[in-house]
Design a protein. Structure first.
Ligand code: NZQ
Ligand code: ZN
Length: 391
């Protein structure tokens, strides 16, 4: 039976190769001073920066630049962004980049109007409190596909001192981007490694919400459709990165994979993200690859507790022929098919490739949060077992 839920997603999407034409008009609806947030410079090399500044100029905005947001944005950088926003009394934050830039923008947005003595890390990423102050509106121009941050209210921030990487999914609808510009062409310049990391991130967002519960739930059928589209498009995109149709479908899958839709009425798992974030906290590795490196050992460990769903995954997503197979055999064949696809597209398959070593495993386990919503709640020993299998 479906659980009760509220679905409210206020983000306006502007999708397609002409989407940037609408940015100036969209910006007109917000205040005068815009904090333009971006990463390490890819947008200057591929021309997106020029298009954005042109739109800001056309909208008559005063622009304050906030560059250098790193992949896996840190709390230190976030504090700098808050200072910039306070000093310049910004009315709007425009994030141009991937999940890191957008998550950072949301983190700044909920912190600018906090009392000066309130620590954002403690409030939002330790206590998981909701904003008790005005939230600065955020808009996004997406350049890297995977996280779904463009249409959700999550913000993942890293604290290297605490060795923690923590995601807060806010409940306040003000934290969702007001709008997101989604032009699939903007993703053509992504290095293959980032493209593949994003593709696995999308797949894992879906499976984190799919592998839970035993009820007949429309959300799971939506997930199966998204996974089939993603697998098909990803196979095309790795051979032909400038295939607009494939890149569009990957972009669209990413947005729907994590904009709260496919979790409606369901329990959800998220343990692979907890393991991946712990690996990320200790290695600063690329998010999607931290997930691919731990996913198969985790799923093979929990499969016996949810075998029917894993068997359904095999037939509905991978087209495995059920004829003559037990549920266990079918379930195993589905994970084998996923593994073959992961290797085909170039996912990282071990945490050692990401810089993790045997002597780090206890500390990574200490940083791993244990979730309750999947088919099995991991014990400390099982966390270590998954990490050891992932080495
Ligand atoms: O910094 P620049 O120079 O722009 O380079 C970036 C960065 O190095 C580059 N890039 C982005 N667009 C490009 C490009 N290079 C060439 N051409 C383009 N068009 O790609 C690199 C990675 O960017 P990043 O934003 O870090 O990637 P992603 O979108 O995967 O975001 C990762 C962050 O999002 C968090 C992750 O934990 C990680 O911190 N997540 C956020 C979620 C959410 N808000 O709901 C959920 C996810 O599960 C995830 O945890
Ligand atoms: Zn993710």
């Amino acid at each position: 039976m479906l659980g009760n839920f509220t679905y409210h997603n206020p983000t306006k999407l502007l999708f397609g190769e002409d989407a940037m034409d609408m940015l100036a008009d969209e910006l007109a609806g917000y205040g005068q001073t815009v904090q333009l947030v971006y990463g390490g410079g890819s947008i200057k090399r591929n021309g997106i920066y020029d298009q954005v500044t042109e739109a800001l100029k056309a909208a008559g905005k005063t622009v304050v630049e906030d560059a250098g947001v790193m992949p896996n944005p840190t709390i230190e950088k976030l504090r700098e962004g808050v200072a910039i926003a306070r000093e310049n009394h910004v009315d709007f934050i425009l994030a141009v980049g991937g999940g890191s830039v957008i998550d950072y923008a949301k983190g700044v947005a909920v912190s600018v109007h906090l009392p000066e003595d309130t620590d954002p890390w403690q409030k939002y990423w330790v206590d998981f409190d909701e904003p008790t102050c005005e939230v600065v509106p955020v808009g996004a121009v997406l350049t890297m596909v995977g996280t779904g941050s463009e249409m959700n209210c999550g913000s993942v921030i890293t604290n290297h001192d605490a060795k923690m990487k923590v995601g807060h999914v806010f409940s306040n609808p003000d934290v969702f981007p007001k709008f997101a510009v989604l032009n699939p062409r903007f993703t053509f310049t992504l290095p293959r490694y980032q493209m593949v990391a994003g593709i696995f991130d999308i797949m894992n967002h879906i499976t984190e919400q799919y592998f839970s519960g035993t009820d007949d739930n429309t959300s799971d059928y939506l997930s199966e459709g998204l996974m089939r589209s993603l697998v098909r498009a990803s196979r095309i995109a790795v051979r032909d990165p400038e295939n607009y149709e494939a890149r569009s479908n990957i972009m669209w899958c990413a947005t729907w994979a994590l904009n709260t839709l496919v979790a409606c009425g369901k329990a959800t798992d998220w343990e692979i993200h907890m393991l991946g974030q712990a690996v990320g906290a200790h290695t600063d590795a690329t998010h999607g690859m931290t997930l691919s490196a731990v996913a198969l050992p985790y799923y093979r460990l929990v499969m016996p507790y949810g075998v029917e769903k894993f068997a359904r995954f095999a037939t509905a997503v991978w087209g495995v022929d059920p004829e003559g197979k037990t549920a266990d055999q079918l379930a195993a064949a589905g994970l084998d098919a996923m593994e073959a696809w992961m290797r085909e597209i170039g996912c990282v398959m071990s945490i050692s490739e990401l810089g993790a070593t045997e002597d780090m495993l206890e500390a990574i386990a200490d940083s791993t949060l244990v979730m309750q919503g999947g088919y099995h709640v991991l014990s400390r020993n099982e966390i270590l077992e998954v990490l050891r299998e992932s080495l």
